[in-house]
Design a protein around this ligand. Structure first.
Ligand code: HEC
Length: 210
């Protein structure tokens, strides 16, 4: 599925932009309605309630990380292994548990990754590139295949906030545990507002039709 397909044009979800900054539940749901409605209306096999739920779940994951990072940035916690457990690991674990509960696959992928497991694949790289060119583009869904199953893949922009910079800012200022655990780290040197990466959720058709 090519991203030049006009029905796959990116969502410019201006009404939901505030969702990025943390007004979680309502914004997440209106974002879900916007992206599913705008892109799914005219296509056979259009996304259903499962995709809307995936969109809402991703908003919650993003809000969780914002909250944890703000708590971290507010101080009082030093950047040791245990703070790693307080910021990005819970997001990953929550993503895994949401994925398992729903039969989805969820990942957080980046061009400049910290963990090589989170590198962009070709399809994610195309969406990431489109988001780089268009700062208003919040999300995108495409028809996709994974491990032989057809389905829908939903992408959502991940934006750098100032609270992220303690760990994703200047290279020399990264916490010691980051420097030690991630020798090939590329996820530094960001500024607030930068495109950091994308959430990716794959929803197999077998699940979506239930
Ligand atoms: C306390 C340090 C810390 C803070 C604060 C932090 N991160 Fe991270 N981040 C990490 C670590 C460590 C990883 C690697 C996790 C792994 O091994 O999968 C990571 C991974 C990521 C990834 C997955 C892609 C990759 O590079 O491997 C994204 C996306 C991400 N962070 C975004 C953010 C955003 C956005 C914020 C702010 C809202 C933030 N992080 C705040 C430490 C941090």
């Amino acid at each position: 599925m090519s991203l030049t397909d006009p029905q796959l044009a990116g969502i410019r979800a201006t009404a939901t932009r505030h969702a990025v900054y943390g007004l979680v539940v309502l914004s997440g749901l209106s974002f879900a309605a916007a992206i599913v409605g705008a892109q799914g209306a005219t296509r056979a096999g259009a996304p259903n309630v499962q995709l809307a739920r995936a969109v809402a779940e991703v908003e919650q994951l993003d809000a969780l990380r914002s909250t944890l990072a703000r708590t971290f940035a507010a101080g009082g916690v030093s950047a040791t292994d245990s703070t790693f457990d307080q910021v990005c690991k819970p997001v990953k674990m929550q993503a895994m548990s949401v994925a398992k509960a729903n039969g989805w696959s969820i990942a957080q992928l980046a061009e400049r990754y910290r963990n090589p497991e989170n590198a962009l694949d070709a399809e994610a790289a195309r969406v990431f590139g489109a988001m780089q060119r268009d700062p208003e583009m919040m999300g995108q869904w495409v028809h996709a295949t994974r491990d032989g199953s057809t389905g829908v893949r939903y992408f959502r922009r991940i934006t750098v906030e100032s609270s992220c910079l303690a760990c994703h800012g200047a290279r020399a200022e990264r916490p010691a545990f980051v420097q030690q655990r991630y020798p090939a780290d590329k996820a530094y040197g960001f500024s607030a507002g930068d495109l950091r990466g994308v959430y990716s959720v794959f929803l197999p058709d077998s699940i979506r039709r239930k």
